[in-house]
Design a binder for this molecule. Structure first.
Ligand SMILES: Cc1ncc(COP(=O)(O)O)c(C=O)c1O
Length: 406
């Protein structure tokens, strides 16, 4: 599929939003959905619906096969060694909670240390904070530098003999910094430290290869990958998923239940308790096929061009202050505008049909470090064009006029 034609695959771009063509620059929050994904959800509910992994009737077996097909597609897409290393969750947040909780139950002890970074989304901080409360585990922070990046050297500096886990973002949802996750993983493993990667912003934009990366856990948010909401993927190395206890109890995750004993199911069922987000999982296969039809190399090239173009535009725009200029930057352009609250920026841009996000983007530690309560963030996806960024810039200029800025 040609990248120039991508917008046509997303029905939302045929809609007028408050009489405007939509310029959607909020993909780091959640991406729009291609027709194939929406159609698959409809088809599943209207023609193929059954719960999975339970009944033996035709529909149930067919739905189970579709569900497991997505698992195989994810395995292939991220080059995991084993299909059973793919666990479906209700989001990346749940995936990260699962990891922190189960490591807390079986692996971490009082006094152990977790190393995270100042870039982390609350989803990769708060679950570790629970362990700080319940198990007296210490959290250390690798610091963000002036470029909005965290270097390998800074990570190395913050590792102590008590560090048991390094939990880091792949790509910052505020500064766009792409962290050297492979080098960090190699370093961590040389010291016997587990590596957990928050891949929410990495997975939609970067080529993934779990066997090459060798991290222990990688959390994915499907709604940012042109897929349905209510769905995440946890990649976990088989050895860890086998060793750690279940996260939630209920139907589907057990082998045998007696009054005085319970044994758990095999992987990945052990971590998929209760009725899962069946339609979302089945439709997510279409998201992967869609991304594959474009090709991750083409996606990466297209988005790198957009970021470079957008950065140049905003850098030239007086009064706009870009946040983060890391060497390796993903598709996020966060900024402030002198004296204007980010919510006002977002509201004024919205009147021009430009959808961005304003706030702390679930990264209060990062914003504290910058001494600002919030920022405005434009983030790109495969459907964006340079024209979208021109409209963004024009709309920022409208906003400046309202606030009498030069
Ligand atoms: C870096 C990062 N981590 C975690 C999350 C949470 O993902 P989910 O919405 O799938 O729970 C997000 C979503 O905004 C994110 O950007």
């Amino acid at each position: 599929m040609k990248i120039e034609n991508i917008k046509k695959e997303f029905p939302i771009f045929d809609e007028k939003i408050q009489n405007n063509d939509l310029v959607y620059l909020d993909s780091a929050n959640s991406s729009q959905k291609p027709k194939v994904v929406a159609d698959k959800i409809n088809e599943f509910y209207t023609k193929q619906f059954s719960n999975v992994g339970r009944s033996v009737h035709y529909l149930a077996v067919a739905a189970t096969n579709l569900y497991e097909t997505t698992r195989s597609s994810v395995q292939k897409y991220i080059n995991a060694k084993d299909k059973n290393e793919i666990v479906f969750t209700k989001g990346a947040t749940e995936a990260l909670n699962l990891v922190a909780n189960t490591l807390g139950q079986n692996y971490l002890n009082e006094g152990d240390e977790i190393l995270i970074t100042e870039l982390e989304h609350h989803s990769n901080y708060v679950p570790w904070h629970f362990l700080r409360k319940s198990k007296n585990i210490k959290i250390n922070f690798a610091e963000m530098n002036e470029d909005g990046d965290v270097s390998l050297e800074e990570i190395e500096k913050k590792i102590t003999s008590k560090t048991k886990v390094i939990a880091i973002t792949h790509l910052s949802n505020v500064t766009g910094a792409i962290l050297p996750v492979k080098e960090i993983t190699d370093l961590a493993h040389s010291k016997g430290i587990i590596v957990v990667i928050d891949g929410c912003q990495g997975a939609p934009h970067l080529k993934l290869d779990m066997q090459d990366l060798d991290c222990d856990f990688y959390a994915i948010s499907c709604h940012k990958m042109y897929g349905p909401t209510g769905l995440g993927v946890l990649y976990g190395k088989k050895k860890w998923l086998e060793e750690l206890p279940p996260y939630q109890g209920g139907g589907g995750m057990i082998r045998e239940v007696k009054k005085d004993s319970i044994s758990y199911g095999e992987l990945p069922n052990k971590y998929e308790a209760g009725t899962m987000a069946t339609a979302q999982v089945i439709a997510f296969d279409q998201s992967i096929k869609f991304m594959e039809s474009i090709g991750i190399e083409n996606i990466m090239q297209h988005e790198a061009d957009l970021v470079e173009y957008g950065q140049e535009l905003l850098q030239k725009n007086n009064s706009v202050k870009l946040i983060g200029s890391p060497k390796n930057k993903g598709g996020v352009l966060s900024f402030t505008l002198e004296g204007v609250h980010p919510h006002d920026i977002a509201t004024i841009l919205d009147e021009d049909g430009v959808a961005i996000r304003a706030g702390h983007h679930c990264c209060q530690i990062l914003h504290d470090k910058l001494n600002i309560p919030a920022s405005a963030r434009a983030s790109v996806g495969i459907y964006n064009t340079k024209e979208d960024l021109d409209i963004l810039n024009d709309s920022i200029n409208n906003c400046k006029k309202i606030f009498n800025l030069k």
